[in-house]
Design a protein around this ligand. Structure first.
Ligand code: ARG
Length: 461
């Protein structure tokens, strides 16, 4: 007989090797599930009472005892050690200390396998809603930043080569759209997180006349797992979340990368404000964009958690395997990382940088980003577009040879290139006009951008 606190110790001849006990234990990280564990256990206890599996008075004692543990935990008095193995054993043991033998009835008709699945889902569904709220705040911040910059121009790039000038607001609104899909993805996967495995038992259900629908209803789950094996061994919901989290990180990381470029002396499109930048320990002149760099860097760990979970699951035979204990750190860190990055990027865009109008204005004036507009100009006068395109290619070549840009050509030079050019060519290729003219739906024209802001505000309200 051993003195090990684990309920299963009676079947064993000797206690667990201390190093193996540490290796096996999840209490160090699953303590984070304690509030959900208590709530899930209270629902289970109420169900046991309602179905008459245990007397109603005892069910009430269980619920009250669990509530007492909650208060102890919140006061910092309940700090189970490694000997408890996991949060589930820790709670059950404390419950029995508090209310005596009745506490031993809590686990009737339940296994830690359906219990841990229940806890994890209760945790994740709450986190999903919190991250959705953060995404909304992120979108509002981007919209607030975009609004005064509808008519601020910024070079637009393809292949990181100057392509066509843009409304700065249009550029920022692209990220509002990405965040909108991120929000929707979370909303959709919430439905699949919000399903109760409670009552699946160890793997096969239970001999007790439990009411799974009742406990699910008490926990506000949208439904119950229809197959007990699937109920205890499914982690799709966690993988789906990490997938959605990875996409959020992709989007944050792309903007982070742009901010890093924009803050460099080479671009100099933004100035970092002191509240969100850091200095160097040796180079006194430095101001570093640590925030976007960290966001870009942390993206890798969220992808890693997604990959880790996929590999964790791919070879697991049904049903529960201890491997599944490994889901938690991946999930917790995924939640923490995406949430911290959303917060930091929101602060960065709200107060961490200012756009340098002087530099942006110079940037959009000094290149060939209006070349398409020359071709469009000719096409508008009846020249087939491909022909116009070829001609403008020659114009650009001529300009490059003379060290000029398009607006520096004289009217005679234009007309020598093609008789259809007229004095209105200068207005047509001015950056403001180039942007304003792209008034096709979803384009960067100021009218479109104004409408897009209104539509986005509406969508997130
Ligand atoms: N700590 C375990 C986990 O996180 C709880 C479930 C244990 N179940 C078992 N059959 N050993 O997965």
């Amino acid at each position: 007989m051993t003195t090990s606190p684990q309920p299963w110790s009676q079947r064993f001849e000797s206690a667990l090797h201390p190093a193996i006990a540490r290796f096996n234990a999840s209490i160090g990280f699953d303590i984070r599930l304690i509030e959900y564990d208590l709530t899930g256990s209270q629902a289970h206890a109420r169900m046991l009472g309602k179905t008459g599996i245990i007397p109603a008075a005892e069910a009430e004692q269980l619920v009250a005892g669990l509530e007492q543990i909650r208060q102890e935990y919140r006061r910092g008095e309940f700090q189970p050690g490694i000997d408890a193995e996991d949060v589930h054993f820790a709670v059950e043991r404390r419950l029995t200390e508090l209310i005596g033998d009745v506490g031993k009835k809590l686990h009737t008709g339940r296994s830690r396998n359906d219990q841990v699945g229940t806890d994890t889902r209760l945790y994740l569904r709450e986190q999903v809603r919190l991250i959705q709220d953060q995404l909304r705040q992120w979108q509002r911040t981007l919209l607030d930043l975009a609004e005064p910059h509808i008519e601020t121009l910024i070079p637009g790039y393809t292949h990181l080569q100057r392509a066509q000038p843009l409304s700065l607001a249009h550029h920022l609104l692209a990220y509002v759209e990405m965040a909108q899909r991120d929000w929707q993805r979370l909303d959709q996967l919430y439905e699949r997180v919000n399903v109760s495995p409670l009552g699946s038992g160890a793997l096969a259900g239970t001999t007790f006349p439990i009411d799974r629908h009742y406990s699910a209803e008490l926990l506000n789950f949208g439904g119950v797992y229809r197959n007990s094996l699937d109920g205890v061994s499914d982690r799709d919901f966690a993988i789906e979340f990490l997938c959605a989290a990875s996409l959020i990180m992709v989007h944050l990381s792309r903007l982070a990368e742009e901010v890093i470029l924009w803050a460099s002396e080479e671009f100099a499109f933004v100035k970092l404000t002191d509240s969100c930048a850091t200095g160097s320990s040796i180079m006194p002149q430095k101001k570093n964009p640590d925030v976007p760099e960290l966001v870009r860097g942390k993206t890798g760990r969220v992808f890693g958690h997604l990959q880790g979970m996929l590999v964790l699951m791919k070879g697991l035979p049904l049903a529960y395997n201890k491997d599944l204990q490994e889901d938690k750190e991946a999930l917790f860190d995924g939640v923490d990382t995406v949430s911290a990055c959303l917060e930091a990027m929101t602060i960065l865009m709200a107060e961490g940088l200012t756009f340098r109008g002087d530099r942006l204005a110079v940037a959009v004036e000094s290149d060939f980003a209006n070349a398409t507009d020359v071709a469009d100009y000719l096409a508008g006068k009846g020249i087939p577009f491909r022909e116009a395109y070829n001609l403008v290619g020659q114009v650009v070549k001529t300009c490059l040879a003379q060290g000029k840009i398009l607006k520096e050509l004289s009217l005679e030079e234009w007309q020598a290139l093609h008789p259809k050019f007229d004095a209105d060519i200068y207005a047509a290729i001015a950056p403001r006009q180039v942007v304003a003219a792209r008034n096709s739906f979803g384009g960067t024209g100021f009218e479109q951008v104004r409408q897009a802001i209104a539509v986005a505000r509406q969508a997130i309200s």
